[in-house]
Design a protein around this ligand. Structure first.
Ligand SMILES: NC(=O)c1ccc[n+]([C@@H]2O[C@H](COP(=O)([O-])OP(=O)(O)OC[C@H]3O[C@@H](n4cnc5c(N)ncnc54)[C@H](O)[C@@H]3O)[C@@H](O)[C@H]2O)c1
Ligand SMILES: [Zn+2]
Ligand SMILES: [Zn+2]
Length: 356
């Protein structure tokens, strides 16, 4: 079968000779339809930090490079294992890319996203969404109602990251929220806030002109460019002289998380969603003197996936504006990864038509 395989940084190959996976009793075999390209895929493409499997196999998949890419995907079930009762051939699904051990203390308490051996389908083995077929654990294949297209189905994963971050943020109606960075994740946070009917201000900090514009379209009440305005004083004046109750760090630059720490009000909460290549210097004094709290969010759980699918089905969650590019499998490098690097401003979510 065809699969887009990662052979190391800068080396992606569309292969036609990859062995089709066999469906185990607890799995379903899925024929992917659409698959998103994510910042983590791009990161892997540029350096070997995201997929560090050159010589050391992932503890659960046992795989090393090459591995198949794609962790944001929808498709339909073409086979169901003998132990699977709640999915059948023909069901349309969005797949949760979690790889977890199911045995460690985190897994046992339901926090599979914090598994000691956490991995992601499409980054650490187990196949990926950019292939003709993939077998996934049935508990991680979530049924899509007919009203949700395959394309939107491919957005369920990044939306669930945002949904999960808001679960950690415990935003209440009336709370003003600050979002640092309006990439796909920051934009998804705006849309999930709207879907959750949070009616406080949504203040977004972003540099790129196009992303600022999309943030406004998605429902940001104020968009601040940190090169033009002092974010902390603007946040204070917007929020009763105090600043927002919650900040979500979705930019991943040290200046941004430090701004977030200063901008939230006394007793406020900063939720770090960004992933960091290096340890990041954070000035804790604004945290200490405001008795502020810090939290973090990583990946998602099945309940986030289901909540996002429900919100999409009910029409509360609207996301069409996020898809900026649709490409074919043989265009993934030139029109996907290269565009994400060179036209960062105008490229938000690139979706791959896996069947084309
Ligand atoms: N916690 C998780 O499970 C999880 C999952 C997916 C992605 N992430 C991380 O979330 C972050 C956001 O992901 P993304 O795909 O949206 O990334 P992205 O790089 O597309 O978006 C980041 C945005 O921040 C903006 N930015 C840069 N400097 C800024 C500054 N000083 N102030 C405000 N904005 C600034 C950039 O212009 C960009 O639009 C990344 O760090 C990513 O690795 C975390
Ligand atoms: Zn992703
Ligand atoms: Zn575990």
């Amino acid at each position: 079968m065809r699969a887009l395989r990662y052979h190391g940084p800068g080396d992606l190959r569309l292969q036609h000779d990859v062995r089709e996976p066999e469906c185990l009793p607890h799995q379903v075999k899925v024929r992917p339809a659409w698959c998103g390209i994510c910042g983590s895929d791009l990161h892997a493409y540029l350096a070997d930090k995201v997929i560090p499997l050159r010589d050391t196999p992932h503890p659960l998949t046992g795989e090393t490079w090459p591995i198949t890419l794609g962790h944001e995907f929808s498709g339909d079930v073409v086979a169901a294992g003998s132990d699977v009762s709640d999915l059948k051939v023909g069901d349309r699904v969005a797949c949760q890319p979690t790889i977890c051990c199911s045995k460690c203390p985190s897994c046992r308490q339901g926090a599979v996203n914090c598994c000691d051996s956490l991995g992601f389908i499409g980054l650490m083995g187990g196949g990926g969404g950019m292939s003709d077929y993939i077998c996934v654990e049935a508990r991680f294949a979530h049924k899509l109602p007919d009203s949700i297209s395959y394309e939107i189905g491919a957005l369920v994963e990044p939306l669930s990251v945002a949904w999960h971050a808001l679960e950690q943020a415990d935003v209440k109606p009336g709370d003003d929220v600050l979002i640092m960075g309006a990439g796909p994740i920051g934009l998804a946070v705006i849309q999930c806030l709207k879907a959750r009917q949070m009616d406080g201000q949504i203040i977004v900090v972003e540099l790129s002109a196009k992303r600022k514009e999309i943030a406004r379209q998605c429902g940001a009440s104020t968009v601040i460019d940190p090169r033009e305005e002092d974010v902390v004083s603007r946040c204070r004046s917007l929020c009763d002289g105090q600043g927002p109750a919650v900040a979500l760090e979705c930019a991943g630059v040290p200046a941004s998380i430090n701004t977030a720490c200063r901008a939230v009000r006394t007793k406020g909460l900063i939720v770090n969603v960004a992933l960091w290549d290096e340890p990041v210097p954070i000035d804790l004094m604004p945290i200490v003197f405001g008795e502020k709290r810090m939290a973090a969010a990583v990946s998602l759980t099945a309940s986030d996936f289901r909540a996002v699918i429900d919100a999409l089905e009910s029409g509360k969650l609207k996301v069409e504006g996020m898809i900026t590019h649709r490409i074919k499998m043989d265009e993934v490098v030139a029109k996907g990864f290269e565009a994400l690097m060179k036209e960062k401003d105008t490229t938000i979510k690139v979706l791959v038509d896996v069947r084309a």
